[in-house]
Design a protein around this ligand. Structure first.
Ligand code: ACO
Length: 341
């Protein structure tokens, strides 16, 4: 029994804002942003667009591809889903309803269970592993839709140049299917190994303090700033480099392979410098890591599925390729999936 990625999709807002455009509204420069992060632009959703809207668009693309492959309609593909998991740090609503339920209704995925995963930028990796586990436990469950979707620019403090230049909006989706292929041994397919972890002692380093049960908004209170991301960039950077290296090393060791066996490493796109530092420590060529941060900036839980969809649709991934996804984020969380495409 294998958990295979059948199809993928992505949705990115049309409005692209370059570093030079940002530099007109705050004290920053294209040179600083590029040299410190590798970011060249970010896509920003219109005010009327929320995380569920981008998720629905990305999911429809994945469902259309599945429908074309299976000779069914996109509606039938949606109705065949047993599970929808949405990973997001910028859900439509605080607490509930889950963004996954909004997606389920819009797609007409009437028999699908639906839930959100809150694991920051590692959310898609957590979501894939959760979906694989949930498909495995019940025989009749066959298909899951796993989505990473974010409107981070909506929860960004635009007066803080240290964080606001880093984030962008977008969504990526993958349809995971339980098939008869083997998950180990010769000819193995799908998600063959996952590693998930967390270090909650770093929770304060990446946090949205206000609006939750700990520090709720109170009646009559004048709010100085909308709800927003607060980040200790240096602490997150140090954690990220260390944990990306450790996660890749552990997954390769558990699988008994070297980096040569990997077609691609698809890292969370937070900062090109994090990837470069990790590549150097691992002794792996930088080119093995897929990077699209220049175009999209950090789209948190959406960054890995957007990258997977770009790779898949550009024909860069072939059946049988071994890829490793790796991410880290608020929590602090981290993880990776080893996948035979
Ligand atoms: N433009 C110009 N100057 C700036 C900007 C900017 N946008 N931002 C900060 N600076 C200045 C600072 O004020 C500081 O100036 P000073 O030396 O005069 O005080 C200087 O640049 C250096 O600032 P640092 O914060 O020390 O810069 P650093 O090299 O650490 O880079 C960065 C900051 C890019 C945020 C880095 O720490 C980083 O990438 N951290 C990891 C972030 C990350 O991965 N986040 C993941 C989020 S995941 C999630 O779950 C949402």
């Amino acid at each position: 029994m294998a958990m295979e990625i059948r199809t993928t999709g992505r949705a990115v807002p049309a409005r692209k804002v370059t570093n030079d455009e940002l530099a007109k509204t705050m004290e920053t420069s294209d040179e600083w942003i590029r040299s410190h992060t590798g970011i060249g632009a970010r896509h920003i959703a219109d005010d009327s667009v929320a995380a569920s809207d981008l998720a629905i668009e990305a999911s429809r693309r994945a469902l259309e591809s599945l429908a074309a492959e299976d000779g069914i309609t996109a509606e039938e593909a949606a109705a065949s889903l047993d599970l929808i998991i949405v990973a997001t740090a910028s859900p439509d609503y605080l607490g509930f309803p889950s963004t996954a339920c909004l997606v389920q209704a819009a797609l007409g995925a009437t028999k699908a269970a639906a839930m959100d995963v809150a694991a920051g930028c590692s959310g898609f990796i957590y979501g894939m592993d959760a979906a694989a586990g949930m498909l495995a436990t019940v025989g009749t469950r066959k298909r899951a839709l796993v989505i990473g979707t974010e409107v981070l620019t909506r929860i960004t403090d635009w007066e803080d140049r240290g964080t606001s230049v880093l984030f962008g909006d977008g969504a990526g989706a993958a349809i995971l299917e339980k098939t008869a292929a083997p998950s180990e041994g010769k000819g193995k397919r799908g998600i063959i190994r996952s590693l998930l972890g967390a270090d909650g002692t770093g929770a304060e380093h990446l946090i949205m303090h206000r609006g939750g049960g700990r520090f709720p908004f109170k009646k009559g209170e004048t709010v100085e700033k909308p709800i927003h991301i607060e980040m200790n960039g240096r602490a997150v950077y140090n954690f990220a480099v260390k944990i990306v290296v450790e996660t890749i090393e552990r997954l390769m060791a558990e699988e008994g392979i070297s980096a040569d066996a990997l077609t691609r490493i698809v890292p969370h796109q937070a900062n090109a410098r994090i990837v470069q530092a990790a590549a150097k420590r691992l002794g792996v060529p930088e080119e093995k890591f897929y990077l699209n941060i220049e175009e999209y900036a950090n789209t948190s839980a959406a960054s890995i599925p957007i990258a997977l969809d770009e790779l898949a649709r550009s024909g860069s991934l072939k059946r049988g390729d071994l890829i490793l996804t790796v991410g880290f984020g608020a929590g602090l969380t981290y993880g990776g999936n080893l996948i035979v495409w």
